[in-house]
Design a protein around this ligand. Structure first.
Ligand SMILES: [Zn+2]
Length: 376
Protein backbone atom coordinates (compact mmCIF):
# COMPACT_ATOMS: atom_id res chain seq x y z
CA UNK A 1 0.00 0.00 0.00
CA UNK A 2 2.79 2.32 0.96
CA UNK A 3 4.51 1.50 -2.31
CA UNK A 4 1.33 2.30 -4.26
CA UNK A 5 1.02 5.66 -2.50
CA UNK A 6 4.64 6.34 -3.33
CA UNK A 7 3.93 5.52 -6.96
CA UNK A 8 0.93 7.87 -6.95
CA UNK A 9 3.06 10.57 -5.44
CA UNK A 10 5.78 10.03 -8.01
CA UNK A 11 3.24 10.20 -10.81
CA UNK A 12 1.81 13.38 -9.32
CA UNK A 13 5.23 15.00 -9.08
CA UNK A 14 5.99 13.95 -12.63
CA UNK A 15 2.72 15.47 -13.81
CA UNK A 16 3.43 18.74 -12.02
CA UNK A 17 6.86 18.90 -13.62
CA UNK A 18 5.35 18.13 -16.99
CA UNK A 19 2.80 20.92 -16.60
CA UNK A 20 5.46 23.33 -15.41
CA UNK A 21 7.61 22.40 -18.36
CA UNK A 22 4.83 23.09 -20.88
CA UNK A 23 5.15 26.89 -20.97
CA UNK A 24 8.76 26.48 -22.06
CA UNK A 25 7.58 24.83 -25.25
CA UNK A 26 4.45 26.96 -25.46
CA UNK A 27 6.56 29.33 -27.59
CA UNK A 28 5.32 27.03 -30.34
CA UNK A 29 1.99 28.76 -29.98
CA UNK A 30 3.46 32.25 -30.07
CA UNK A 31 2.52 34.71 -32.78
CA UNK A 32 5.60 34.07 -34.89
CA UNK A 33 5.07 30.32 -34.68
CA UNK A 34 1.49 30.83 -35.85
CA UNK A 35 2.69 32.91 -38.79
CA UNK A 36 5.21 30.26 -39.85
CA UNK A 37 2.65 27.49 -39.33
CA UNK A 38 0.07 29.19 -41.55
CA UNK A 39 2.67 29.90 -44.24
CA UNK A 40 4.00 26.35 -44.10
CA UNK A 41 0.52 24.86 -44.41
CA UNK A 42 -0.45 27.10 -47.30
CA UNK A 43 2.79 26.57 -49.20
CA UNK A 44 3.23 22.89 -48.43
CA UNK A 45 6.37 23.43 -46.37
CA UNK A 46 9.10 26.03 -46.06
CA UNK A 47 12.19 24.68 -47.77
CA UNK A 48 15.30 26.76 -48.21
CA UNK A 49 15.43 25.99 -51.93
CA UNK A 50 12.15 27.71 -52.74
CA UNK A 51 11.10 30.15 -50.03
CA UNK A 52 11.59 33.89 -49.79
CA UNK A 53 10.20 35.79 -46.80
CA UNK A 54 9.65 39.52 -47.20
CA UNK A 55 8.66 41.37 -44.02
CA UNK A 56 8.88 44.75 -42.35
CA UNK A 57 9.55 43.22 -38.92
CA UNK A 58 11.44 45.67 -36.74
CA UNK A 59 10.05 48.79 -38.45
CA UNK A 60 6.50 48.97 -37.01
CA UNK A 61 6.34 50.38 -33.50
CA UNK A 62 7.62 47.86 -30.94
CA UNK A 63 7.57 45.03 -33.46
CA UNK A 64 11.18 44.40 -32.41
CA UNK A 65 9.78 42.31 -29.55
CA UNK A 66 9.07 39.57 -32.12
CA UNK A 67 12.54 39.57 -33.66
CA UNK A 68 13.99 36.79 -31.50
CA UNK A 69 10.98 34.53 -32.06
CA UNK A 70 10.95 35.36 -35.75
CA UNK A 71 14.57 34.32 -36.20
CA UNK A 72 14.16 31.26 -33.98
CA UNK A 73 11.43 30.06 -36.34
CA UNK A 74 13.40 31.17 -39.39
CA UNK A 75 16.52 29.18 -38.50
CA UNK A 76 14.40 26.39 -37.04
CA UNK A 77 13.01 25.88 -40.55
CA UNK A 78 16.52 25.66 -41.97
CA UNK A 79 16.22 28.97 -43.84
CA UNK A 80 19.25 31.15 -44.57
CA UNK A 81 19.68 34.87 -44.02
CA UNK A 82 21.17 35.67 -47.43
CA UNK A 83 19.03 33.23 -49.38
CA UNK A 84 15.53 33.37 -47.96
CA UNK A 85 14.95 36.78 -46.40
CA UNK A 86 14.39 40.41 -47.23
CA UNK A 87 13.54 42.69 -44.30
CA UNK A 88 12.28 45.98 -45.70
CA UNK A 89 12.20 49.33 -43.96
CA UNK A 90 8.73 50.76 -43.36
CA UNK A 91 7.46 53.70 -41.32
CA UNK A 92 6.84 53.19 -37.63
CA UNK A 93 3.06 53.41 -38.10
CA UNK A 94 3.01 50.50 -40.57
CA UNK A 95 1.36 47.22 -39.70
CA UNK A 96 3.60 44.21 -39.11
CA UNK A 97 3.33 42.02 -42.21
CA UNK A 98 4.93 38.98 -43.81
CA UNK A 99 4.93 37.65 -47.36
CA UNK A 100 6.02 34.03 -47.80
CA UNK A 101 6.72 33.23 -51.45
CA UNK A 102 7.32 29.80 -52.95
CA UNK A 103 9.15 30.14 -56.25
CA UNK A 104 8.41 26.58 -57.38
CA UNK A 105 4.65 27.22 -57.39
CA UNK A 106 4.46 31.02 -57.49
CA UNK A 107 2.19 30.95 -54.44
CA UNK A 108 2.51 33.79 -51.95
CA UNK A 109 0.98 33.91 -48.48
CA UNK A 110 0.50 37.44 -47.22
CA UNK A 111 -0.09 37.83 -43.50
CA UNK A 112 -0.72 40.85 -41.31
CA UNK A 113 -0.69 40.53 -37.53
CA UNK A 114 -1.95 42.64 -34.67
CA UNK A 115 -0.12 42.80 -31.40
CA UNK A 116 -0.25 44.64 -28.13
CA UNK A 117 -3.34 43.65 -26.13
CA UNK A 118 -4.24 40.83 -28.51
CA UNK A 119 -1.68 38.93 -30.53
CA UNK A 120 -3.26 37.39 -33.60
CA UNK A 121 -3.14 37.00 -37.34
CA UNK A 122 -5.48 39.78 -38.45
CA UNK A 123 -5.33 39.23 -42.21
CA UNK A 124 -4.15 36.42 -44.47
CA UNK A 125 -4.48 35.63 -48.12
CA UNK A 126 -2.76 33.30 -50.59
CA UNK A 127 -2.32 34.37 -54.20
CA UNK A 128 -0.34 33.02 -57.10
CA UNK A 129 2.00 35.83 -58.19
CA UNK A 130 4.12 34.12 -60.82
CA UNK A 131 4.86 37.04 -63.17
CA UNK A 132 4.62 34.99 -66.37
CA UNK A 133 1.14 33.86 -65.36
CA UNK A 134 -0.05 37.28 -64.20
CA UNK A 135 1.21 38.96 -67.37
CA UNK A 136 0.26 36.14 -69.74
CA UNK A 137 -2.70 37.77 -71.48
CA UNK A 138 -5.29 40.52 -71.24
CA UNK A 139 -7.51 38.47 -68.93
CA UNK A 140 -4.76 37.57 -66.47
CA UNK A 141 -3.52 41.17 -66.44
CA UNK A 142 -7.03 42.50 -65.83
CA UNK A 143 -7.49 39.96 -63.04
CA UNK A 144 -4.30 41.10 -61.29
CA UNK A 145 -5.19 44.78 -61.84
CA UNK A 146 -8.41 43.97 -60.02
CA UNK A 147 -6.48 42.43 -57.13
CA UNK A 148 -4.28 45.54 -56.99
CA UNK A 149 -7.40 47.72 -56.80
CA UNK A 150 -8.71 45.52 -54.00
CA UNK A 151 -5.31 45.85 -52.28
CA UNK A 152 -5.11 42.12 -51.83
CA UNK A 153 -1.67 42.57 -50.23
CA UNK A 154 -2.79 45.73 -48.42
CA UNK A 155 -1.20 48.00 -51.00
CA UNK A 156 2.12 46.13 -51.19
CA UNK A 157 1.28 44.27 -54.40
CA UNK A 158 3.86 46.02 -56.57
CA UNK A 159 6.68 45.61 -54.06
CA UNK A 160 5.95 41.94 -53.40
CA UNK A 161 5.38 40.88 -57.02
CA UNK A 162 8.53 42.57 -58.31
CA UNK A 163 10.86 41.52 -55.49
CA UNK A 164 9.59 37.93 -55.35
CA UNK A 165 9.72 37.34 -59.09
CA UNK A 166 13.13 38.98 -59.47
CA UNK A 167 14.45 36.83 -56.61
CA UNK A 168 12.98 33.73 -58.26
CA UNK A 169 15.14 34.30 -61.34
CA UNK A 170 18.20 33.56 -59.20
CA UNK A 171 19.85 36.64 -60.75
CA UNK A 172 18.96 39.24 -58.12
CA UNK A 173 22.27 40.50 -56.80
CA UNK A 174 22.37 40.29 -53.00
CA UNK A 175 23.91 43.76 -52.79
CA UNK A 176 20.94 45.06 -54.77
CA UNK A 177 18.62 43.23 -52.36
CA UNK A 178 20.28 45.14 -49.53
CA UNK A 179 19.33 48.38 -51.29
CA UNK A 180 15.75 47.13 -51.67
CA UNK A 181 15.62 46.64 -47.91
CA UNK A 182 16.04 50.38 -47.48
CA UNK A 183 13.91 51.36 -50.50
CA UNK A 184 11.18 48.78 -49.66
CA UNK A 185 10.19 48.18 -53.27
CA UNK A 186 11.91 47.25 -56.52
CA UNK A 187 11.48 49.80 -59.29
CA UNK A 188 13.39 51.05 -62.34
CA UNK A 189 14.43 54.09 -60.29
CA UNK A 190 16.32 52.03 -57.73
CA UNK A 191 17.65 49.81 -60.53
CA UNK A 192 19.06 52.88 -62.30
CA UNK A 193 20.73 53.86 -59.02
CA UNK A 194 22.38 50.46 -58.90
CA UNK A 195 23.70 50.84 -62.44
CA UNK A 196 24.93 54.38 -61.67
CA UNK A 197 26.62 53.30 -58.42
CA UNK A 198 28.50 50.54 -60.20
CA UNK A 199 29.50 52.96 -62.98
CA UNK A 200 30.93 55.42 -60.44
CA UNK A 201 32.82 52.67 -58.60
CA UNK A 202 34.22 51.31 -61.86
CA UNK A 203 35.42 54.70 -63.06
CA UNK A 204 36.34 56.38 -59.76
CA UNK A 205 37.14 53.44 -57.45
CA UNK A 206 36.23 53.75 -53.80
CA UNK A 207 39.76 53.14 -52.62
CA UNK A 208 41.32 53.98 -49.30
CA UNK A 209 41.11 57.75 -48.78
CA UNK A 210 38.38 58.20 -51.39
CA UNK A 211 34.85 59.33 -50.49
CA UNK A 212 31.82 60.37 -52.47
CA UNK A 213 29.44 63.26 -51.91
CA UNK A 214 26.26 62.97 -53.94
CA UNK A 215 24.19 65.89 -55.20
CA UNK A 216 20.94 64.11 -55.93
CA UNK A 217 19.67 66.60 -58.42
CA UNK A 218 17.21 65.76 -59.85
CA UNK A 219 16.04 63.30 -57.24
CA UNK A 220 14.40 59.93 -57.86
CA UNK A 221 14.38 56.48 -56.28
CA UNK A 222 18.05 55.96 -57.19
CA UNK A 223 19.36 57.87 -54.15
CA UNK A 224 18.60 55.09 -51.70
CA UNK A 225 21.20 52.92 -53.43
CA UNK A 226 23.93 55.48 -52.73
CA UNK A 227 22.90 55.78 -49.09
CA UNK A 228 23.10 52.02 -48.58
CA UNK A 229 26.20 51.39 -50.67
CA UNK A 230 28.39 54.33 -49.75
CA UNK A 231 26.90 55.44 -46.44
CA UNK A 232 26.28 58.83 -48.05
CA UNK A 233 23.52 59.67 -45.59
CA UNK A 234 22.04 63.17 -45.35
CA UNK A 235 22.94 63.25 -41.64
CA UNK A 236 26.62 62.64 -42.36
CA UNK A 237 26.50 65.24 -45.15
CA UNK A 238 27.01 62.67 -47.84
CA UNK A 239 23.83 63.40 -49.79
CA UNK A 240 22.25 66.69 -50.86
CA UNK A 241 18.86 66.50 -52.45
CA UNK A 242 17.10 68.99 -54.69
CA UNK A 243 15.19 69.01 -57.93
CA UNK A 244 15.49 70.58 -61.39
CA UNK A 245 12.90 72.23 -63.58
CA UNK A 246 12.06 70.74 -66.96
CA UNK A 247 13.95 73.64 -68.58
CA UNK A 248 17.03 72.96 -66.48
CA UNK A 249 16.95 69.26 -67.34
CA UNK A 250 16.68 70.18 -70.99
CA UNK A 251 19.59 72.58 -70.67
CA UNK A 252 21.66 69.73 -69.20
CA UNK A 253 20.95 67.46 -72.15
CA UNK A 254 17.61 66.02 -71.06
CA UNK A 255 18.62 63.26 -68.65
CA UNK A 256 20.85 64.58 -65.87
CA UNK A 257 21.13 62.16 -62.93
CA UNK A 258 23.27 64.05 -60.45
CA UNK A 259 26.69 65.27 -59.44
CA UNK A 260 29.00 62.71 -57.86
CA UNK A 261 31.83 64.50 -56.10
CA UNK A 262 34.86 62.27 -55.67
CA UNK A 263 37.24 63.43 -52.93
CA UNK A 264 40.62 61.74 -52.89
CA UNK A 265 42.44 62.70 -49.71
CA UNK A 266 45.68 61.04 -50.75
CA UNK A 267 45.82 62.70 -54.16
CA UNK A 268 44.45 65.97 -52.75
CA UNK A 269 41.84 66.19 -55.53
CA UNK A 270 38.12 66.86 -55.62
CA UNK A 271 36.32 66.01 -58.87
CA UNK A 272 32.71 66.85 -59.65
CA UNK A 273 31.56 64.03 -61.94
CA UNK A 274 28.29 65.08 -63.56
CA UNK A 275 26.38 62.09 -64.87
CA UNK A 276 23.32 61.49 -66.97
CA UNK A 277 21.11 58.43 -67.03
CA UNK A 278 18.96 57.88 -70.10
CA UNK A 279 16.06 55.43 -69.81
CA UNK A 280 15.66 55.26 -73.61
CA UNK A 281 17.88 52.16 -74.01
CA UNK A 282 15.99 50.50 -71.12
CA UNK A 283 12.61 51.22 -72.67
CA UNK A 284 13.78 50.03 -76.06
CA UNK A 285 15.46 46.88 -74.81
CA UNK A 286 13.22 45.61 -72.03
CA UNK A 287 10.34 44.39 -74.19
CA UNK A 288 7.62 46.47 -72.56
CA UNK A 289 4.80 47.51 -74.87
CA UNK A 290 2.62 50.60 -74.98
CA UNK A 291 -0.43 49.87 -72.89
CA UNK A 292 1.36 47.54 -70.47
CA UNK A 293 0.25 48.09 -66.86
CA UNK A 294 2.90 49.80 -64.75
CA UNK A 295 3.66 46.60 -62.83
CA UNK A 296 4.50 44.86 -66.12
CA UNK A 297 6.61 47.54 -67.78
CA UNK A 298 8.47 48.45 -64.60
CA UNK A 299 9.28 44.84 -63.79
CA UNK A 300 10.56 44.31 -67.35
CA UNK A 301 12.73 47.41 -66.95
CA UNK A 302 14.07 46.00 -63.67
CA UNK A 303 14.92 42.69 -65.34
CA UNK A 304 16.76 44.49 -68.14
CA UNK A 305 18.80 46.55 -65.65
CA UNK A 306 19.55 43.46 -63.51
CA UNK A 307 21.47 42.09 -66.49
CA UNK A 308 25.00 43.45 -66.16
CA UNK A 309 25.62 42.79 -69.85
CA UNK A 310 23.29 45.73 -70.54
CA UNK A 311 25.18 48.18 -68.36
CA UNK A 312 27.66 49.13 -71.06
CA UNK A 313 24.86 50.01 -73.45
CA UNK A 314 25.72 53.25 -75.27
CA UNK A 315 23.98 56.28 -73.79
CA UNK A 316 22.65 54.60 -70.65
CA UNK A 317 25.10 56.22 -68.20
CA UNK A 318 27.09 59.10 -69.65
CA UNK A 319 29.39 61.87 -68.44
CA UNK A 320 27.99 65.35 -68.85
CA UNK A 321 31.12 66.92 -67.38
CA UNK A 322 34.04 66.21 -65.06
CA UNK A 323 35.25 69.33 -63.28
CA UNK A 324 38.10 69.77 -60.81
CA UNK A 325 36.86 71.82 -57.89
CA UNK A 326 38.15 72.96 -54.51
CA UNK A 327 36.72 72.68 -50.99
CA UNK A 328 35.19 76.17 -51.15
CA UNK A 329 33.30 75.31 -54.33
CA UNK A 330 32.09 72.06 -52.80
CA UNK A 331 30.89 73.99 -49.77
CA UNK A 332 29.09 76.52 -51.97
CA UNK A 333 27.27 73.72 -53.78
CA UNK A 334 25.79 72.61 -50.47
CA UNK A 335 24.11 75.90 -49.57
CA UNK A 336 20.36 76.33 -49.62
CA UNK A 337 18.92 78.27 -52.54
CA UNK A 338 21.97 77.45 -54.64
CA UNK A 339 21.77 75.28 -57.72
CA UNK A 340 24.91 73.11 -57.74
CA UNK A 341 24.89 73.07 -61.55
CA UNK A 342 25.01 76.87 -61.55
CA UNK A 343 27.95 76.78 -59.14
CA UNK A 344 29.74 74.45 -61.55
CA UNK A 345 28.92 76.77 -64.44
CA UNK A 346 26.83 74.17 -66.24
CA UNK A 347 23.62 76.17 -65.93
CA UNK A 348 22.94 79.85 -66.24
CA UNK A 349 21.36 81.32 -63.08
CA UNK A 350 18.71 82.80 -65.39
CA UNK A 351 17.77 79.22 -66.25
CA UNK A 352 16.18 78.87 -62.84
CA UNK A 353 12.59 79.25 -63.82
CA UNK A 354 9.60 78.04 -61.79
CA UNK A 355 10.32 74.88 -59.81
CA UNK A 356 8.77 71.80 -61.37
CA UNK A 357 6.09 70.08 -59.35
CA UNK A 358 6.97 66.66 -60.60
CA UNK A 359 10.23 65.21 -61.77
CA UNK A 360 10.90 63.31 -64.92
CA UNK A 361 7.57 61.85 -65.90
CA UNK A 362 7.23 58.26 -64.81
CA UNK A 363 10.00 58.53 -62.24
CA UNK A 364 9.41 58.81 -58.55
CA UNK A 365 6.03 57.54 -57.38
CA UNK A 366 6.49 54.00 -58.53
CA UNK A 367 4.29 52.03 -56.28
CA UNK A 368 1.03 50.32 -56.98
CA UNK A 369 -1.09 52.40 -59.28
CA UNK A 370 -1.80 50.38 -62.41
CA UNK A 371 -1.13 53.39 -64.61
CA UNK A 372 -2.25 52.01 -67.90
CA UNK A 373 -0.74 54.17 -70.56
CA UNK A 374 -2.95 55.26 -73.44
CA UNK A 375 -1.91 53.68 -76.68
CA UNK A 376 -0.04 56.10 -78.87
ZN1 LIG B 1 11.22 53.31 -56.19
Amino acid sequence: MKQLKMLHFTCFVALVFLLLALPASAGDDGLMAQVYDVAGEELGGLDAENILIITDIGSPAESYVFLDDFYAEFYGNGLLYTKNLLVVQNPRNSPLWFAFFNKSTGDCVFIEVSYGDVEEISYRVTENINFEELAADADSRAAWNGKISEKVFKGREFAIVTIANAWATGELDYELMQCLELHNHFCPGVSSGYVLANWVEDNYPLEDGVSYTVFSCPVWCKEDVFIKRWDTTPGTKGLWVSDLTAEEKEALGGSPAGIFVVTDKNAGTIKAVVLGFDFTPVNEGCGAQDGDPAWVSKYLMDLWMMDKDNWAQEGLVYEIAVIDIDADTLNEMKQADVNPYVVLGLLNPAGKATPSKNGISGIGQWMNEPKIKAKA
